[in-house]
Design a protein around this ligand. Structure first.
Ligand SMILES: [Zn+2]
Length: 240
């Protein structure tokens, strides 16, 4: 008697590409979150010291630009460094494949065996992979990188710049657009609401529980605004 078998789903086949897209999306949400928290802390702090709209706008805009450019530069440096390391590893792999092809074939066979193939199958697979594209096979199996999908540092930098800017625009507009007596309330409420959303999204994109992420995110933002507002109020009262 044969058991009815369920059809295997093929979601896993696309896991790599989908996972990478989710990582990008999550990085964008976290970048926006940074923009919201740092700019909100900045403008609320200045609002503690002054009612002057032009000062608030200047401070908020400077914070937006400084933050987005620092995020972009940091991302550019970190991705470039990683890319350089990956390129160097690929170059070394290329050299080894040219100078000691036998050892490299044995190495690939051993790594495929460690992944659960029998000696015979691993040998056969290693030979076929080497014949087709030895460098790509070693890059994937040995280094865990895809030579066609090295992250572009400029793309990463732009993504950071844009996501931080989008986040920073919210507290900036919330502090300068409403009439003076509403501006703090509007800013605090809209920032905390936005932090609920970014906390929830980043947790869901990372397949983590949403509630603790939302609570931590909102508390972090509230703390940032509370501390800078207190500092701004003290400085404003002291007439600095
Ligand atoms: Zn190798």
């Amino acid at each position: 008697m044969t058991e009815p078998t369920t059809q295997p789903t093929h979601d896993e086949a696309h896991g790599g590409a989908l996972g990478q897209r989710l990582n990008w999306l999550r990085a964008a949400v976290l970048g926006a979150n940074d923009g919201i928290v740092s700019t909100a802390g900045l403008v609320v702090g200045v609002a503690g010291a002054t009612q002057d709209r032009a000062t608030l706008l200047t401070a908020g805009l400077a914070g937006l630009l400084a933050g987005s450019m620092s995020m972009a530069a940091g991302e550019y440096v970190s991705v470039s460094t990683q890319r350089d390391a990956e390129k160097a590893a690929l170059a070394q792999e290329k050299r080894e494949l040219r100078e000691q092809p036998e050892e490299e074939l044995a190495e690939l066979t051993r790594m495929l065996r460690e992944r659960g193939m029998s000696e015979e199958v691993a040998r056969e697979a290693a030979e076929q992979l080497t014949e087709r594209d030895a460098l790509r096979a070693h890059a994937r199996v040995e280094l865990g990188i895809d030579p066609d999908e090295l992250t572009n540092a400029w793309h990463a930098a732009w993504a950071s710049f844009l996501s931080f800017t989008v986040g920073a625009l919210l507290p900036l507009l919330a502090i300068v657009l409403p009439p003076a007596r509403w501006r703090l309330g509007v800013t605090v409420v809209s920032v905390l609401a936005a932090l609920c959303l970014t906390g929830w999204s980043s947790a869901r994109l990372g397949a983590a529980r949403a509630r603790p992420a939302v609570v931590r995110n909102v508390l972090g933002g509230a703390l940032a605004m509370g501390v800078t507002y207190a500092a701004g109020t003290l400085l404003g009262a002291a007439g600095v």
